[in-house]
Design a protein around this ligand. Structure first.
Ligand code: ADP
Ligand code: MG
Length: 867
């Protein structure tokens, strides 16, 4: 192998320590990548691959492929690599190349990973970006997450046989972008599958040595202080281990102090409603099941926040519903006060509008990646605070007033930023011209020279003329002497002693003076010195802000919370929600409840409200029958969503509601997305059901939608019945259960099993047509109407008629009377799905509220459906 250049050797050494990252190697104005990194990057980023040092004839380097990107455009490239799951190690020149003797020193300044991006190009505004630390062994499970763009950190730990299930639920809750795992967690296939396949989380395995108690505790004390470390459990080491290793990893990759990571939230099992990933997805809390879109989710309905901080917090409220009546009441009372005081609410919302992302701006300032513009944005955000504080003080008491008292208006910081920086500073902080005029006399002087260099020379010329009486005195400039004073021979005797002769010309002399040389130096170096001085002042400002990081983050937290409360209040007013009574009664009682999302998705269609009553003893389990499309699933989800909304402190879509706190909501709904993972639908269904039966308590709410559907009728019916018996029986589970089934045979359980009640969703038949009334009524459905619905769905009439015949035969064989279906076998039915839909839509249309244009559109749409 031919010899490497010293620089290439330096590269190899650094690369050796960062094998799993793509190394961005700074060379002048470019980041260069070599070898495999270059191949990967050129493929992923569409860059041209070249080779280096051809002329030097060094065969080794000749073969090394390379590609590069301009350093100032690196953010976008890094974002693309991170999005594809790569890590990027950034290697900078750590000394001034001009001052370097020989090879310029270089070092890794930061490793960007999916869980540690701070650049806004890679981050979603209304969503936290978490990096998780996970510890799992035979006794304990520890879980921690940190969002380094905001500093927000959470940690918890579990023990006992269900520790891993709890751990998985926390992963579903926070959906981290990246996770560091101890060997015990990394070897757990179920956990890995959840992380990598379902959550699309980047996994880092760390060796066991990185999970050691004394070291972990030391790290935590350093980062969060002794008090925070003291609050962590001593009887379960997993909390400290998971958090300690995470902090370690963040320090290793970020190579900074992370001063803004200063608030630690330790929470215990039982503090928040636990939801497994299945329930989260089925209930479509933050995204829809199929499209993975926000539109159509509960968050979409509830999120009318005005700030990115509020949007992130509201999402986390949805991910973490509360279990404490008093904590819920605190939020709920605040929402109620905002609902009541329309003018104040509107004013607050107006004041919140336009507040920038203080949390992430502060994160970037601590990181040193913030520019003048970021600081001015922060100031603009701070400028809103005093007014908000005042508005909150006007509330009679309670949580809103407390928030106001807690809100640090940060006027001193806003003032410092405003005094230091111009209103609209340039992008770069390295080139000067962003410090406000009048802030620093030296900056003003340098800028004066910089902008007025010629003028200064002219006035010096005039002053010298005056002083010496030499009328022909001129100040000139050439490359050899710089500035000089020229005096013609006729005035030679008037030249003062302080003039130093430099050059003799035919008809005159050229001189310099100390003053002139000083000025020359000033003029020529003003630009550099101004840039350096302004940068220095900027770093001082940055330090002032860094020192106040806790205050800024505290104010940001108040803004975020207020924004969430205002959003919930605004939605409650707009959608006509009621304030629920939330208590420990164990009763769920909803009058005229509606599905919060369905009613918003189809605002022109009338949503039929329904009651729900579930008691501790009576009505503990409801068997809901009715044909497909009747509205069973909608009805059950609606109840679950209302419980959830009540427990985050929101109003609910109903006339009145009383919600007894529920510790967990479980769902088993429809076909799962796991087919791709190689499990059959039935297998998935049964796994989910067994998880539910194992983990649910008598305080849980169970939504079981058509259990047993994936297997043969008798198997399915038997399983469904056994499951329902288990859930409803107070000696076994005794949980509140909504149980939709197409086996209307199960309705026989009412009366034999205490607490079980039959309901069905009413339909009417008119001739061969089925009309959905959407109203839940007591009693079981008489039959399944499967054939009518199939016809509505457009199954060819020959098939429909044949099905009818077969059904009649089967029922006769079973000794039951055939239902009264008119047999008009040969008549071709024209009322396919479209007509049913048209009738449905007409019935629901609220003609009184339609504008003429909407009416015309509706008519057009109906007509189109018929064709
Ligand atoms: P099922 O589970 O009984 O098959 P779904 O709950 O899926 O029925 O509901 C079928 C359709 O009826 C859905 O498109 C839904 O939007 C609509 N729907 C359900 N309940 C109502 C209601 N109370 N008011 C208006 N439309 C409803
Ligand atoms: Mg359904």
């Amino acid at each position: 192998m031919a010899e490497m250049t010293p620089m290439m050797r330096q590269y190899m050494e650094i690369k050796e320590q960062n094998k799993d990252s793509i190394l961005f190697f700074r060379l002048g104005d470019f980041y260069e990548m070599f070898g495999d990194d270059a191949r990967k990057a050129s493929r992923e980023l569409d860059l041209t691959l070249t080779t280096r040092d051809k002329d030097k004839n060094k065969s080794f380097e000749e073969k090394i492929p390379m590609c590069g990107i301009p350093y100032h455009a690196s953010d976008a490239y890094i974002a693309r690599l991170i999005a594809k799951g790569y890590k990027v190690a950034i290697c900078e020149q750590t000394e001034d190349p001009a001052a370097a003797k020989g090879l310029v020193e270089r070092d890794i300044v930061r490793i960007v990973t999916p869980g540690t991006v701070i650049d806004s190009a890679c981050l979603e505004e209304g969503r936290s970006n978490f990096c998780a630390g996970i510890y799992l062994d035979g006794d304990y499970a520890g879980f921690s997450v940190c969002d380094i763009s905001t500093g927000q950190t959470h940690v918890t730990a579990f023990s006992g046989p269900d520790r891993e299930a709890h751990l998985q639920n926390e992963l579903g809750r926070f959906a981290p972008a990246e996770a560091v795992l101890n060997p015990g967690a990394a070897e757990d296939t179920a956990l890995r599958a959840l992380l990598e396949d379902k959550l699309r989380c980047h996994v880092e395995r760390l060796p066991a040595g990185r999970f050691q108690l004394p070291a972990a505790e030391k790290r935590i004390r350093q980062q969060f202080g002794d008090d925070a470390a003291q609050r962590l459990p001593r009887d379960n080491p997993a909390a400290m281990l998971a958090l300690g290793a995470l902090l370690d990893y963040l320090h290793d990759t970020q190579k900074t102090d992370l001063n803004h990571v200063d608030r630690l939230d330790y929470y215990r099992q039982g503090q928040f409603m636990e939801l497994d990933l299945t329930a989260r997805r089925n209930l479509e809390l933050t995204e829809t099941l199929r499209g993975k879109e926000k539109k159509g989710s509960l968050l979409w309905v509830l999120d009318k926040t005005k700030t990115a901080m509020g949007a992130r917090l509201l999402r986390s409220w949805l991910e973490r519903p509360l279990l404490s009546v008093s904590a819920i009441a605190r939020r709920n009372d605040a929402v109620a006060a905002l609902v009541k005081h329309t003018v104040q609410r509107e004013e607050l919302i107006l004041a919140l509008t336009g507040i920038g992302d203080m949390e992430r701006l502060m994160g970037r300032i601590v990181y040193g990646s913030a520019g003048g513009r970021d600081m001015v944005s922060l100031k603009n955000a701070m400028d809103h605070l005093p007014a908000i504080r005042q508005q909150l003080a006007a509330f009679e008491g309670g949580h809103l007033r407390e928030l106001g008292a807690r809100l640090d208006p940060l006027e001193d910081l806003a003032e410092v930023i405003g005094r230091t920086l111009q209103d609209d500073p340039p992008f770069s902080v390295r080139e000067g011209e962003f410090i406000r005029d009048g802030f620093d006399p030296e900056v003003d002087r340098l800028r004066g020279i910089l902008h007025g260099g010629k003028g200064i020379i002219a006035s010096m010329e005039a002053a010298e003329k005056e002083k010496t009486g030499i009328r022909t005195l001129k100040i000139g400039y050439n490359k050899v002497f710089g500035y000089y004073i020229e005096v013609s021979n006729s005035f030679k005797e008037l030249v003062p002693e302080t003039y130093i002769r430099k050059q003799t010309l035919v008809n005159g002399e050229r001189y310099i003076t100390q003053e002139l040389k000083d000025l020359e130096h000033d003029i020529l170096s003003a630009s550099d010195r101004d840039a350096a001085l302004e940068y220095e002042l900027f770093t001082r400002l940055r330090q002032t802000l860094c020192d106040a990081v806790t205050r800024v983050q505290g104010a940001a937290a108040v803004v975020a919370e207020l924004d969430c409360l205002c959003s919930l209040a605004a939605v409650a007013v707009k959608n006509n929600y009621c304030c629920p009574v939330v208590d420990e009664s164990g009763v769920i009682e909803i009058h005229d409840g509606r599905h919060p999302v369905v009613e918003c998705m189809r605002p022109d269609a009338m949503f039929v409200p329904n009651d729900t009553y579930m008691g501790e003893k009576e009505n503990r389990a409801a068997i809901i029958t009715g044909p497909n499309m009747a509205g069973k699933s909608t009805y059950m989800r609606q109840a679950a969503l209302m419980v959830l909304m009540a427990q985050i402190g929101s109003f609910v879509p109903a006339k009145a509601a009383r919600i007894g706190i529920v510790d967990r909501i479980f769902t088993r709904i429809g076909a799962s997305d796991d087919l791709s993972a190689g499990q059959s639908t039935f297998m998935v269904e049964m796994t989910e059901v067994s998880d539910i039966l194992r983990c649910a308590t008598s305080r849980s709410l169970l939504i079981l939608d058509e259990i047993g559907r994936g297997t043969s009728t008798f198997d399915g019916m038997s399983i469904a019945r056994a499951v329902l018996e288990y859930c409803a029986d107070p000696k076994k589970l005794g949980a509140k259960t909504l149980f939709a089934t197409h086996y209307h045979e199960l309705t026989a359980m009412e009366g034999t099993l205490p607490g079980v009640k039959n309901y069905n969703i009413a339909v009417k038949t008119r001739g061969e047509d089925i009309i959905f009334l959407r109203k839940i009524i007591p009693g079981g459905a008489d039959r399944s109407y499967g054939i009518e619905v199939a016809r509505l769905a457009g199954l060819p009439s020959t098939v429909v008629n044949r099905a009818k015949k077969i059904l009649r035969q089967l029922e006769e064989e079973a000794g039951r009377p055939a239902p009264a279906v008119q047999a008009q076998e040969d008549q071709v039915s024209l009322t396919a799905l479209s007509e049913g839909e048209v009738i449905d839509q007409l019935r629901r249309a609220q003609v009184d509220t339609l504008s003429p244009l909407e009416a015309l559109n509706l008519l057009y749409e109906l007509k189109k459906k018929l064709n």
